[in-house]
Design a protein. Structure first.
Length: 318
């Protein structure tokens, strides 16, 4: 597969996953704001939301002052490269560059989602239920994933789409846990901690799946254990890294590059850690360092992926 095609498919998938994640987190944040008491630090919640998505409030028109400005900045601001409208536009552009590699149904879906975003405005969605708008973004991303699985050959291109989706998801979950875990431990008479624990799970569409394993007891250590180490649910870090390793193995076989390379070793090391580490050991140590290391290893996988399949030299491909 041409490196430019692999690059476009990889980023198409990453951008759509990022748009879905941002839409879900914003929707959960706005819903929780209806239930939280005025005594709770709403500004701190907004700050954590921004940090969870690697965003800063610097030079962003006082987005932490109210939810309207925050939502506008994360959804429609064209000066914010991580806003939903910008990442969906970037996903569509990557899809346009490889239209011959994807199905016509995939192109129509990403184009439809892009046009829906272009037609929407902040005053309009704020007046007519922002939750419906964010559901449209999430369902548009889900529909694209389903169409991809139903209409695309399981070749190298499909595997690069899987890589983009699961690397982005694993890093996002690790970041979310890292930023929010300390807030989950604070007792609050208004019930804020319990709501925040539910909100954290709903932010990664894991609340119902968690309850099937641990019931409705929102214990912080169980939340960490589930989101880190559960092997069966698609929005846990262990599951994501397993999918990354499987995609890398399939690409290595199909491309003839072999599996004994730096990329395979970096991904395999992270998968092994997530398969055998115990939550008690992680929590008794430095959880922040552990989660930061996961994010760092996702970055290493990304860089090794580029070195191996996208920006490699002619000599390396010989």
């Amino acid at each position: 597969m041409l490196s430019r095609v692999a690059d476009s498919l990889y980023w198409l998938s990453r951008y759509l996953e990022r748009a879905e994640h941002t839409a879900r987190m914003l929707d959960v944040h706005l819903n929780l704001g209806l239930d939280q008491s005025q005594g709770m630090s709403v500004r701190e919640n907004r700050e954590r939301l921004m940090m969870s998505m690697w965003q800063t409030a610097a030079g962003s028109n006082n987005v932490l002052d109210d939810d309207y400005r925050l939502t506008d900045y994360l959804t429609f601001d064209t000066n914010n490269p991580k806003s939903i409208v910008m990442v969906i536009a970037a996903a569509r552009e990557n899809a346009r560059q490889v239209r011959e590699q994807i199905s016509s149904e995939m192109w129509m879906q990403i184009n439809r989602l892009y046009l829906d975003m272009k037609c929407a405005t902040m005053p309009e969605i704020w007046e007519h239920q922002p939750h419906e708008f964010f559901r449209m973004v999430r369902e548009g991303s889900h529909l694209f994933q389903g169409i991809t699985d139903a209409t695309m050959n399981r070749d190298e291109g499909w595997q690069f789409i899987q890589l983009g989706r699961y690397i982005e998801r694993a890093a996002s979950i690790a970041r979310l846990l890292d930023v929010n875990f300390n807030a989950l431990l604070i007792d609050n008479e208004a019930g804020g901690t319990y709501l925040q624990r539910i909100g954290l799970l709903k932010s990664v569409t894991s609340f119902e799946a968690y309850c099937k394993v641990y019931h409705a007891d929102m214990q912080p250590n169980w939340i960490v254990e589930f989101l880190l180490f559960n092997a069966d649910f698609p929005h846990t870090i262990r599951f994501c890294i397993k999918q990354v390793c499987q995609a890398l193995e399939d690409i290595a076989v199909k491309s003839g590059r072999g599996t004994n390379n730096r990329l395979q070793r970096v991904a395999g090391r992270l998968q092994s850690s997530l398969s055998f580490d115990l939550v008690d050991d992680v929590l008794s140590g430095d959880l922040h360092r552990y989660l930061f290391d996961i994010q760092h290893q996702c970055d290493l996988i990304h860089m090794a992926l580029y070195e191996t399949y996208i920006t490699y030299t002619i000599e390396a491909s010989a």
